[in-house]
Design a protein around this ligand. Structure first.
Ligand SMILES: Nc1ncnc2c1ncn2[C@@H]1O[C@H](COP(=O)(O)OP(=O)(O)OP(=O)(O)O)[C@@H](O)[C@H]1O
Ligand SMILES: [Mg+2]
Length: 231
């Protein structure tokens, strides 16, 4: 059984976390305001242009304006993409998990946070995918089933392993379910994925005290030949 309280103090790289959150926020705002506005304006202009007769004098300048708008849309799209993706490959998992949280941000009573311990490192592509999908399932389960006040993801980049822990302080996994836990697709899939990459998956849960799912991936699997510069 894992003690669920208190949640550990936030550690890792506060500066990086703030920067990343800020980049995501700016990307979303750019997308939701500027980009959508430009798209809507260009669509309306397109319709207006189509209704003008071919020899109408304002047609050529309006067509040029439409081209400029389309160019601005393309550039804004690229800017949004850069803001979202060039926040450093090392921050891939943190970024991805913070996006899962955004899918559930209508549940405002839940406090969510991501704690990063150690210097984030790039994961091998296929491993990244499995680790992300395991963490995502654990996270979505916490949001959907736990009725938690706090949900936390901890990413620990240790020299010899990557550890991902998803914990909540909710109701715990129903005891009656535990015997046939792996008959459920979500938990079964997590188990299968972790076996596939040679990682260890552990689940602790206690009635009304929360759940913790911990994935531990050996360093050689997670990071391949890349040597850690972390102590
Ligand atoms: N963090 C959690 N807190 C409380 N209960 C949980 C938690 N995670 C899982 N459970 C319980 O374990 C059950 C099995 O979870 P699992 O992810 O395998 O299936 P599911 O979420 O019900 O369905 P699916 O993931 O296939 O959409 C859930 O239905 C829920 O009752
Ligand atoms: Mg599930």
């Amino acid at each position: 059984m894992a003690p669920m309280y208190p949640f550990p103090e936030q550690s890792g790289h506060p500066g990086q976390r703030i920067l990343l959150a800020e980049r995501i926020r700016i990307a979303q705002e750019l997308h939701d305001t500027l980009l959508q506005g430009l798209i809507s304006a260009s669509m309306q202009l397109q319709v207006a242009l189509e209704s003008l007769p071919l020899d109408s004098p304002p047609k050529p300048p309006l067509t040029r304006i439409l081209q400029l708008l389309k160019q601005a849309i393309e550039e804004s799209r690229n800017a949004v993409l850069r803001l979202r993706s060039s926040s450093g490959e090392n921050l891939g998992l943190e970024h991805a998990f913070s996006e899962v949280n955004q899918e559930f941000d209508f549940q405002q009573q839940i406090a969510f946070r991501i704690v990063v311990v150690g210097r984030p490192r790039t994961l091998r592509g296929a491993v990244h995918e499995h680790v992300y999908l395991i963490g995502r399932e654990a996270l979505i389960n916490a949001f959907r089933h736990a009725d938690a006040k706090n949900i936390e993801v901890e990413l620990e980049y240790a020299p010899r392993r990557l550890r991902v822990a998803v914990r909540d302080d909710g109701r715990g996994i129903d005891k009656r379910l535990q015997a046939e836990l792996y008959k459920h697709w979500g938990l079964l899939g997590m188990r299968e994925r972790s076996e596939k990459i040679g990682a260890k998956l552990r689940i602790w849960s206690r009635h009304m005290a929360g759940t913790e799912v911990e994935l531990s991936v050996p360093g050689r699997v997670a990071f391949g030949g890349e040597r850690s510069s972390a102590a």
